[in-house]
Design a protein around this ligand. Sequence first.
Ligand code: FAD
Length: 415
Amino acid sequence: MKSYDLIIVGAGPAGMSAAIAASRENIEILLLEGSDKIGRKILVTGNGKCNLTNSYQDIACYRTETPDMVLRLLDRFGPSQTAGFFRDLGILTRDKNGYIYPYNEQASTVRDAFESCIGEKKNITVRTGCHVDEVLPGRKGFRVITGTDTYTSTSVILTTGGYAGPGKGHDGSGFKLAGIMGHGLVPTYPALTALKSSAPFLKKVKGVRNQAKITLNIDGEPRYREKGELQWTDYGISGVAVFQLSRYAVIALEEGKTVSLSLDFLQEMDENQLYEYLCVQINNCSYKDAGEILKGFLPEKLTPVVLREAHLSVHDKLHQVSSDKLQDLVRSIKSFPLRINGYLGYEKAQVTRGGIPMKEVSDQLESVLHKGLYFAGEILDVDGTCGGYNLQWAFSSGNVSGKAAAEYIIKAKKR
Ligand SMILES: Cc1cc2nc3c(=O)[nH]c(=O)nc-3n(C[C@H](O)[C@H](O)[C@H](O)COP(=O)(O)OP(=O)(O)OC[C@H]3O[C@@H](n4cnc5c(N)ncnc54)[C@H](O)[C@@H]3O)c2cc1C
């Protein structure tokens, strides 16, 4: 049975950050990773470009029951520390409207930099292909059991992530490990994911992208709003703005509530202005049919769908329709309804909502139940919005927990 000062379970961005932070002290660290490669998920982040963090920070970008705690943590390790951390790893960053990427916009560079930094540390041992099946707290520390080995340590950090992400390895096993040690679980759901609809027109608009303001209605009540590009698919609707709202849509669907979206395809005009605009177009261009008039501001494939919602067709001449019908058309453009009846699961989601309750950890991210046990990253009940906030949370919580665990071990050695 081999002994270490610190065992970190899961080598994602949180676990690797924790290992590097802890390695500054003279302690022996074992980093255990279930898959065959450390930091694998980083490769798929930001469509292969890795959106590391964001220069705009607001607590609303982190969804959690304990916003104050998250703010305090970000004060200790926020975006500027993240930029410094990556500069030390030899990675310059690029700011694109506040979204921070590695300068070469290659996620593989980020993963490789972590790997070479960890490989160079004499006091970090990495074992890949080691799925941890049990963590048992005892009087003097922990026993950590994999399929083939048992290790002991003074301290453990659980950084196993959640369920979200492509491929295997995201089995939520960290939640079970923590559960056996008495920790609770805020119910988990996919967040930052696409929404499904059974609207019959979807096959015809598949592939269309357009800007919209989206209102998420739950049981008929408007609840959340986002603006951005919509990506129409044959199963429903996707895009960053939809991802941002998905967390709330998923929870509402799981609670059996009715979920729909109202899509505003022309945010620049209110209903009156749009009505006036249509009247001018109809007067000036009476030779145009309805389809041609709407093509002036809507993607071509979307025009028959929007017209049909107002019981019109692309061939109708708008100067022949009643003003009530024209108002129906205005409403169809400004608040197009889309019923949502499902969502894409963890395999396609970017993050897990829920996890180990933040009230069960201290400001150092130490378990309130077991001294020397720490948590960091997606395993905790904090999910960021799109824009680099989930990686920022992994780096922040990884660094804080790694430093805290190292201090705990130094104190324990002196006792
Ligand atoms: C497609 C996609 C794109 C994304 N893009 C971005 C982006 O651009 N910006 C951003 O901020 N966020 C992005 N995210 C979210 C971000 O990647 C995650 O929030 C982040 O990786 C979480 O880090 P983590 O270390 O907590 O967990 P993970 O990255 O999930 O790492 C956990 C590690 O633990 C290992 N593990 C799990 N259980 C065990 C066990 N029992 N024993 C041993 N090892 C175990 C896993 O194999 C894994 O390597 C994206 C996510 C996805 C899926």
